[in-house]
Unconditional design. Structure first.
Length: 217
């Protein structure tokens, strides 16, 4: 199993981009990415899409090797046939979880990872890889405007993560930790969680922030 869970990709920490390339272990120009995001009008003009495309360019990934997939239509098996990386962007976590279920991408993602494909999450994309997305209701909480009741995630990892961590959120997360059975890893925008087989490693710069340490990874 190979995953890279991030707050902000490698936008603020280039070291994460280098670790990403090591994880894929292919020439950058040969890497094929399946980029997942919630529906956007004129998405190539969206500032967040532009930002992620710049990040891909920085590590040598070619734009023509990127498949853009909006969560508004069913995924087809052949779309993932030659893909090396499924990269799920950020946004409203509830919308993402609802979207991957409706498109059938949730099952395809699990199969993809099980067969050795690489999963990369950015913020919301990282939350949905966890057992539940309950951490998205903490701190600057995502708005569950769609009234999603089933918060079960993809369960690709055994812990919860929370993105965009800052010192001011420590108290909030400590309180939330009392009400969950999972270990919690809080990532700043300069950190990521690298999972390779059974090894879990926090990479990037800055202090590691882990809560509910009585529970193991």
């Amino acid at each position: 199993m190979k995953l890279l869970l991030t707050s902000a990709g490698w936008w603020k920490e280039p070291k994460i981009g280098k670790e990403f390339l090591k994880l894929v272990d292919k020439k950058p120009a040969e890497i094929k990415v399946f980029l997942v995001f919630t529906p956007l009008k004129d998405f190539l003009d969206n500032k967040y899409i532009k930002r992620i495309l710049r990040q891909f360019k920085e590590v040598g990934i070619l734009k023509e090797n990127i498949t853009f997939f909006q969560l508004n239509k069913k995924v087809k098996k052949e779309q993932l046939k030659e893909i090396d990386v499924i990269y799920v962007l950020g946004g409203n976590t509830f919308d993402y979880l609802n979207g991957i279920r409706k498109t059938g991408l949730n099952k395809k993602m699990k199969e993809f990872v099980k067969k050795g494909g690489i999963y990369v999450g950015l913020s919301a994309g990282s939350y949905i890889a966890c057992p539940t997305i309950e951490a998205a209701t903490w701190k600057h909480a995502d708005n569950n405007k769609i009234g999603l009741k089933n918060l079960k995630g993809l369960n690709l990892v055994s812990f919860l993560m929370t993105a965009h961590f800052e010192k001011k959120y420590r108290k909030t997360i400590k309180e939330a930790a009392k009400n969950t059975k999972y270990l919690i890893i809080a990532l700043t925008d300069k950190q990521a969680i690298l999972i390779k087989n059974k090894q879990v490693k926090i990479i990037g710069t800055g202090k590691k922030n882990i809560f509910n340490t009585k529970n193991r990874l």
